[in-house]
Write a protein of this length. Structure first.
Length: 314
């Protein structure tokens, strides 16, 4: 599957020099780039509102990247916002964690494919730039939960979507969009250090999800002493070399806005620094099969979920 332009742009911003190049060549904010320069390493109420508009606007358009730590200056002739200086965030890691926690609460349907990362001038400093990539939605239009508005990304920034466009986008949805729901708030640590990961799915489209099949694979089972599952069936014996579990939802329809719990995965890490890597594959009638990968790790503030990618399977 070809990489979309927004994702390619996000992947290209991998170093301090690459960020400096945006300034050197006079890069401007565009349909794929939105710059913010927060005064402190806090995702304030105002910044959350701006992030909610970006989640909605990019999802309803072609996707794009939000960068915290780049300053812009309005060009007097063209009226464009030109990237002119770096404004590093004092504690980039903490700010990124705040973004990761906030994303699932700021838009509806809940976004599961937003990617974030930090870029530092040097490895030994906490100062850095934080980036978030928001992909284009393939289901119903996405709404900001801050002001209940739908946005689009244009050359003028994030603008409210006209009613007729909203209506057309809803009525044009002919296939469901069944996705996994996984956030740091749902993963729990229980007795003897075991992690419990609820297996949850949701439908982000108006079209009803039917004949749904879900598989969950542990990509690094060697990093966990014990693995247990409820709700799903262990299919590892039929898939040599894999630790994989499956469930058929059958004839039970999945409607937009009503999430479903399929079971619970339990694991015991072999070390405190272990990261659990999972792949969810979901199949449904009239929906292109898709796969998602997540990396789950434990931090002082709780569990952190890092979505790695979502790809079409066939």
């Amino acid at each position: 599957m070809a990489t979309d332009p927004g994702r390619a742009f996000f992947d290209s911003l991998e170093s301090w020099d690459r960020l400096q190049q945006l300034i050197d060549r006079g890069e401007t904010e565009s349909v794929f780039l939105e710059c913010k320069a927060p005064e402190s390493p806090q995702l304030t109420r105002d910044l959350k509102a701006q992030l909610a508009a970006a989640l909605s606007g990019y999802s309803n358009s072609l996707g794009g990247v939000v960068v915290w730590g780049l300053g812009t200056t309005r060009h007097p002739a063209s009226g464009l916002d030109v990237v002119t200086h770096l404004v590093p965030i004092g504690n980039a890691r903490m700010f990124r964690q705040q973004v990761d926690v906030a994303v699932p609460t700021l838009a509806y349907p809940t976004l599961t494919r937003v990617l974030t990362k930090e870029v530092h001038r040097s490895p030994d400093t906490g100062h850095g730039i934080v980036l978030a990539y928001v992909p284009q939605s393939t289901g119903d239009p996405v709404q900001s939960l801050i002001d209940r508005r739908f946005y689009l990304r244009t050359g003028e920034g994030f603008v409210e979507m006209p009613y007729e466009v909203i209506r057309r986008m809803f009525t044009a949805t002919s296939s469901p969009e069944v996705v996994p729901l996984l956030g740091g708030d749902v993963v729990q640590k229980v007795t003897e250090g075991d992690w419990q990961v609820p297996i949850l799915i949701a439908n982000r489209a108006s079209a009803i999800g039917e004949h749904i099949e879900v598989s969950v694979e542990i990509l690094n089972p060697e990093d966990f002493d014990r693995v247990s599952i409820t709700g799903l069936t262990d299919q590892s014996g039929l898939n040599p070399g894999k630790r994989i579990f499956m469930i058929s939802v059958g004839d039970q329809p999945l409607h937009r806005g009503i999430n479903r719990r399929l079971g619970v995965l339990g694991v015991r890490p072999t070390s405190a620094s272990a990261t659990l890597r999972l792949e969810y594959d979901i199949f449904a009638h009239r929906m292109r099969a898709r796969g998602w990968r997540f990396a789950i790790s434990e931090t002082d503030a709780g569990f952190r979920i890092a979505p790695e990618d979502a790809v079409d399977l066939y």
